[in-house]
Design a protein around this ligand. Structure first.
Ligand code: HEM
Length: 494
């Protein structure tokens, strides 16, 4: 054999030897070795990628817990947890764990200036959140955004009437819900609208978001790839704006180009903005260290808010008894031009219906990764100490189906569970209503999303009798639910 052949053969043997030793380590000696889980998960994260790409990871996670219990080794270095105390210590207020490589792809290629969602360490996170929350998300700010949300909901209601006129009473309302939420959140964020309602999305922004999500978060499941594509030398290339053959930005690039222009014009004082997050951030003087970088603003959560709206309308469509109850509840509220958030939040049945719908269909199914850091090896309750670097997470979809917290008939739509329980139990349910995350990393946009949702649901219920069957809702989960279809019959209220 030639020398070259001998070297290659030697390298191959060394590689096989290493793999054999490494596999023995993973199976018998790794700190997670004693936890049950799928055989393949001991060796690779790729098996998870497969279920992720199929769009049914939430169901796979539910199945994993049903088969293996509350602690499942779902990757070589990763533990999936559904134990309540463990969950609370992972997603708590003390911020003892970091976010890991899973979030690298959402960092906009600027790890030194991460946006709020992608900030990895508690210190980085606190620095951003303590400036953003009081400047743009406090209740007084939400009250400022309410008029534009109400305007968008009004346009939505009118658009729905036009669609019924044009296409008849049986409609797929998922796309119009997505366009409403996009318009409403863009306007609340940037003070101006891209006006996708009623049927205009020529650049294909929403479809491009749907196509992009599986890729972005698919990559997140492979930590080395996530790190690679997030390198400052590679990320800007991958994120460069895409143009169609006429030179117009297409897909999400169209939204990116539009928002960058708004931000630049606003920073130069050349744009008139309605009350919005951007305007509030710009009111902090550039010399003030509370002033945020404008790139910290993101509009991405429109698809989760749209998924939430679609899920609530689906459950309402399937439950006429709750629809009537909502309607009569809403009739009792003061007759204002548009129903205010303050009044809507007094409707016990509306709150219960929305919570129960999202409990059954959390827009973000998760799991959201956390990583053990040095000195916090024993921080997760009911788990023996784990070495720094271990990945640990919980599926929000699974946690929202905890019988221990939410009681029996857990797979059924029973809004009354939010109305009839003892105060102590209700407190526990509210604490574990983790649809918007939990603890220090809880969603900062929750109240804005809730405002948009309740206004839209109220507008629909007051105008239409909505009906749909069990099969009406079609979609997939790629960390976040994306619904392509909610087919309903709409009859005007007499
Ligand atoms: C129904 C709609 C929404 C749902 C279900 C939702 C859900 C979530 C969840 C589960 C998290 C925690 C993620 C994690 O632990 O890594 C989160 C974080 C976040 N969300 Fe939302 N979200 C929604 C709407 C919004 C809106 C409208 C905005 C912005 C206007 C927004 C902005 C954010 C930000 C910035 C974070 C990171 C917060 C932090 O780390 O401090 N979300 N969201």
């Amino acid at each position: 054999m030639a020398l070259g052949g001998i070297i290659v053969a030697g390298l191959l043997v060394a590689l096989l030897f290493y793999q054999a030793i490494h596999s023995l380590y993973l199976v018998y000696f790794h700190p997670l070795a004693s936890y049950p889980g799928p055989g393949l998960a001991r060796f690779t994260n790729y098996w998870r990628l497969r279920s992720f790409l199929k769009g049914n990871q939430h169901l796979v996670d539910l199945g994993l817990h049903a088969r293996y219990g509350k602690f499942v080794r779902d990757g070589p270095n990763s533990l999936l947890v559904s134990d309540l105390d463990a969950f609370k210590s992972i997603y708590g207020f003390t911020g003892k764990l970091n976010k890991g490589d899973f979030y690298a792809v959402t960092s906009n290629g600027t790890p030194e200036h991460p946006n709020l969602f992608a900030a990895r360490t508690e210190a980085q996170h606190r620095a951003v959140r303590k400036r953003l929350a009081p400047t743009a998300f406090a209740p007084k700010h939400l009250a400022q955004y309410e008029a534009s949300v109400a305007d968008n909901v009004f346009t939505f209601s009118e658009s729905l009437k036009q669609l019924v006129k044009a296409y008849g009473h049986m409609l797929n309302i998922a796309p119009i819900c997505e366009r409403l939420v996009f318009d409403a959140l863009i306007e609340a964020t940037y003070g101006s609208s891209m006006s996708l309602l009623p049927e205009q999305d020529p650049a294909g922004i929403i479809q491009s978001k749907k196509k992009g999500f599986p890729v972005t978060f698919g990559i997140s499941h492979i930590p080395w790839l996530s790190r690679l594509v997030s390198l400052p030398s590679i990320s800007p290339f991958l994120r460069r704006p895409k143009y169609d053959k006429h030179g117009s930005p297409k897909g999400l690039s169209a939204a990116g180009v539009w928002t960058r222009k708004i931000m630049a014009d606003a920073a130069n004082g050349e744009a008139h903005l309605n009350p919005c997050i951007l305007k509030n951030l710009l009111e902090i003087a550039p010399s003030d260290n509370r002033r945020m970088r404008l790139e910290a603003i993101r509009y991405e959560c429109f698809s989760s808010t749209a998924a939430a709206l679609i899920a609530v309308l689906y459950e309402i469509g399937r439950h006429p008894e709750w629809q009537s109850r909502l309607r009569s509840d809403l009739e009792r509220l003061p007759p204002t031009e548009y129903l205010s958030t303050v009044h809507l939040s007094q409707s016990e049945s509306l709150q219960a219906v929305m919570k129960e719908s999202l409990r059954l269909h959390p827009p973000f199914v998760g799991p959201f990764e956390r990583v053990i850091v040095p000195q916090q090896e024993d921080t997760v309750a009911n788990v023996k100490p784990l070495p720094a670097g271990t990945r640990i997470w919980s599926s929000l979809f699974v946690m929202c189906r905890s019988e221990q917290v939410f009681g029996d008939k857990i797979n059924e739509f029973r809004p009354e569970r939010w109305m009839e329980r003892e105060p102590d139990m209700l407190k526990g349910m509210d604490d574990m209503f983790c649809v918007f995350g939990r603890g220090s990393r809880r969603c900062i946009g929750q109240d804005l999303a809730w405002m948009t949702l309740q206004k839209t649901v109220a507008a629909v219920v007051r105008t239409w009798d909505l009906q749909c069957g069990e099969e009406a809702l079609k979609g997939k989960a790629h960390l976040e639910m994306e619904y392509d279809e909610l087919r309903v019959t709409l009859a005007p209220i007499a």
